[in-house]
Design a protein around this ligand. Structure first.
Ligand code: TYM
Length: 331
């Protein structure tokens, strides 16, 4: 038996809108799966959610609802921590220290800032420095591995970069974290525009599937998913982005390979293929919805409170190391 301590995992989700199939297949499913082999910390990043317009009256419900979905899909508070970012002041404090090492040139290249401001969000300083707070989340807990979808790749690069800058300047404090991105379904695409990723901010409800959608809604959405007019089921993200997206979704939900699915469905037409995809998604999400309905908000709050307390304790020790390294040791 090995006595090596388990490696640390950290990941986060913004409490904005209903989590969707992209969040689930790109990230959350791995969060649940990795819990047995890693020491896992999962965080509902409410401070990040404040970087775009939001309604304070809705934030509490969104935090609880996100936590409830995560518990329902298998995050186990006996093994992992699940708390909200604002419960632990170390996130914002470390972000400040890291911001002093972050060149503006690096932040100027962030595609998420460009995408969000182009989409009409106000360009406030918090939105601009979003990647610094995300780096602080990961480094605060000395994470080795960060399970995320493909859209977070650039933020992970920035995190590694700022960790190296810190270590070079102040000594080896942070492990350099690796992204953990699934092979299929790392970027689940919109059902109405398969060249854009599925996202919580779609104005068209038909573009996405919520983790908690009823089976009939899921069937309807997949049936009406935009595809193309050539009826052969084949994987080609350039020529057939809609069908390729459905193939990835089905492969992820059934744990079958795309080649295997293509072999079975290639010549049967889109109708039967879409029905099979829908059933695979319904089957994958049904237990999550049942578990969600069985949970009570009070129990969820208790998990957040207890995990938050433990995360705060951990962070105080870790931050003492950072303060010492940068020369602001306490009295
Ligand atoms: P967020 O809240 O947008 O999404 C949560 C997770 O879901 C993944 N994801 C997707 N995966 C596949 N296909 C999609 N269409 C899709 N849409 C979203 C995201 O990659 C993410 O893993 N910045 C992060 C939150 C964050 C964080 C962190 C993550 C803050 N601090 C520290 C990891 C570590 C975000 O906005 O995720």
């Amino acid at each position: 038996m090995s006595s090596e301590p388990k490696q640390r995992i950290f990941s986060g989700v913004q409490p904005t809108g209903q989590p969707h199939l992209g969040n689930y297949l790109g990230a959350f499913r791995n969060w649940a799966r990795l819990q047995s082999d890693y020491d896992a910390i999962y965080c509902i990043v409410d401070l990040h959610a404040m970087t775009v317009e939001y309604n304070p009256a809705d934030l509490e419900a969104a935090r609880i609802d996100t936590a409830r979905v995560l518990l329902a899909l298998g995050i186990d508070p006996e093994r992992s921590l699940l708390y909200t970012q604002s419960q632990v002041s170390g996130h914002a404090e470390l972000a400040w220290i890291l911001s002093t090492l972050m060149p503006m040139g690096v932040l100027n290249r962030m595609t998420q800032f460009k995408d969000k401001t182009t989409a009409g969000h106000a360009s406030n300083l918090g939105l601009y420095s979003y990647p610094v707070l995300m780096a602080a989340d990961i480094l605060l807990h000395r994470a080795n591995l960060v399970p995320v979808g493909d859209d977070q790749r650039q933020h992970l690069e920035v995190t590694r970069d700022v960790a190296e800058r810190f270590n070079n300047r102040f000594g080896e404090v942070f492990p350099i974290p690796e992204a953990y991105i699934p092979e299929t379904s790392a970027r689940v695409m919109s059902l109405t525009d398969p060249t854009a990723k599925m996202s919580k901010s779609h104005s068209q409800p038909k573009a996405s599937i919520s983790i908690l959608d009823d089976p009939d809604v899921i069937r309807k959405r997949i049936k009406s998913a935009v595809t193309d007019s050539d009826p052969v089921v084949r994987y080609d993200t350039q020529a057939k982005p809609g069908i390729s997206n459905l193939l990835e979704i089905m492969a992820a939900c059934t744990d079958r390979s795309i080649d295997d699915l293509v072999e079975e469905y290639a010549d049967g037409g889109y109708g039967p293929f879409k029905m099979a995809v829908a059933e695979a998604v319904v089957e994958e999400l049904a237990p999550v919805k049942a578990a969600y309905n069985a949970l009570k908000n009070g129990d969820v709050r208790e998990v957040l409170r207890e995990s938050g307390r433990k995360a705060r304790e951990l962070s105080v020790g870790y931050q003492a190391e950072v303060y010492k390294a940068v020369g602001i040791k306490g009295y």
